[in-house]
Design a protein around this ligand. Structure first.
Ligand code: PGA
Length: 248
């Protein structure tokens, strides 16, 4: 059985008052039947980690630099995230790939730094609408997967999230068949490259996951959880998504 994960990506949202949402999640999911991860903005990491100490919720960063330290103004390293209380980091999110020009090899270097820090890496990939419409989806995600993962991995600390760019923050969701096609493909690619270890890596779906579509998405084979943006900001939205994953 692969582990299941419900991960929330707060993106550039939230000041200290947002931590009340975290308290509500801690209270509601003290005996969670799946792994839970919240990735707040870097400014809230320490407080979020403090607030979730001893709870079922882990805290993660949304990105990190691939080097440990140095002259990289505005960046933080995996070790710094860990020092702030994070045990995971999202890497290669499409917003970072688009807004900060992150390439697959750049993402791979970040994955190495996060794994070396003893943390969990949540690696994102996904196609644009143009790529989907021109029939290139599997080729695009296959290339991203191959280029973004290092050869040496720890399946217990690696998660892959399929996030079609056109589904992020748009309310548009692929059909269940489209999700199944990509997840089956990614699973086969992971097994081809890493053998049995590749079968242990959870595959998350991300892109407009909401309380009203979570259960049907989690019923798709090879979907082991979700990476949730907008609907992770409020406990009342994220909580039913967690419950749907526990029930799947
Ligand atoms: P969304 O974002 O749930 O708001 O579509 C998903 C993501 O970017 O991880």
């Amino acid at each position: 059985m692969r582990r299941k994960l419900a991960a929330g990506n707060w993106k550039m949202n939230g000041t200290a008052s947002a931590l009340t949402e975290l308290s509500a999640l801690v209270r509601a999911h003290s005996a969670a039947q799946c792994d839970l991860l919240i990735c707040p903005p870097a400014t809230l990491l320490s407080r979020a980690a403090h607030q979730t100490e001893g709870s079922a919720i882990a805290i993660g960063g949304q990105d990190c630099h691939c080097e440990g330290s140095g002259a990289h103004t505005g960046d933080v390293s995996a070790e710094m995230l860990k020092d702030a209380g994070a045990s995971a980091a999202i890497l290669g999110h499409s917003e970072r790939r688009a807004e900060h020009g992150e390439t697959d090899s750049f993402v791979r270097a970040k994955v190495v730094s996060v794994l070396n820090a003893g943390m969990q890496a949540v690696v994102c990939l996904g196609e644009s609408l143009t790529e989907r419409e021109s029939g290139q989806t599997l080729q695009v995600v296959g290339t991203q997967l191959a280029g973004s993962l290092p050869d040496t991995i720890d399946p217990d600390r690696l998660v892959v999230a399929y996030e079609p760019i056109w589904a992020i923050g748009t309310g548009k969701v692929p059909t269940l068949d489209q999700i199944a096609e990509v997840h089956d493909f990614l699973r086969a690619e992971l097994i081809a490259r890493f053998g049995q270890e590749g079968d242990k890596i959870p595959l998350l779906y991300g892109g407009s996951v909401k309380p009203n579509n979570a259960a049907e998405i989690f019923a798709v084979e090879n979907v082991d959880g979700a990476l949730v943006g907008g609907a992770s900001l409020k406990a009342e939205d994220f909580s039913p998504i967690i419950s749907a994953l526990e029930a799947s």
